[in-house]
Design a protein around this ligand. Structure first.
Ligand SMILES: [Zn+2]
Length: 139
């Protein structure tokens, strides 16, 4: 699923717009067909995003896990695709099934929790306005 960064979020059409913050923008919806900006991101950004994944409102995607399209994690025994994992306080959390909704100072953003992996493993660089906004996020 691909959405251009900073476009209006409209994926979950069954949700009433009143249930979502106004001016909710898409961030980090990547796929293989669209190029995305790359740059090594400050580890502080990853820390903040991890915190958001753990504490902010998370909506479930309707179609189960979305696997990373840029790498293939195959289970060594059964050959099936494995979801991306994120280590949190000694436990592994599976990424790819949640959309994080976060309200920041200038805008609100909707991003797949897989974005943490896109940044850490594929050097995806989110738009500057998003980075500036989340740097003010209270950790
Ligand atoms: Zn990947």
């Amino acid at each position: 699923m691909y959405f251009e960064d900073l476009t209006q979020f409209s994926y979950l059409k069954f949700l009433h717009p009143k249930d979502l913050p106004p001016n909710l923008l898409n961030i980090g919806w990547l796929d293989q067909e669209h190029d995305f900006p790359k740059k090594k991101t400050d580890s502080k950004i990853l820390e903040i995003i991890k915190k958001m994944i753990l504490t902010e409102r998370s909506l479930n995607m309707t179609r189960g896990f979305h696997f990373c399209e840029f790498c293939e994690i195959i289970h060594p025994e059964d050959g099936c695709h494995m979801p991306v994992e994120l280590e949190c306080n000694g436990e592994n959390l599976f990424l790819g099934s949640g959309i994080i909704i976060v309200q920041c100072k200038t805008h609100s953003y909707a991003f797949p929790n897989l974005m943490h992996h896109y940044i850490s493993e594929h050097n995806y660089k989110p738009p500057d306005v998003f980075i500036q906004d989340i740097m003010l996020y209270n950790l």
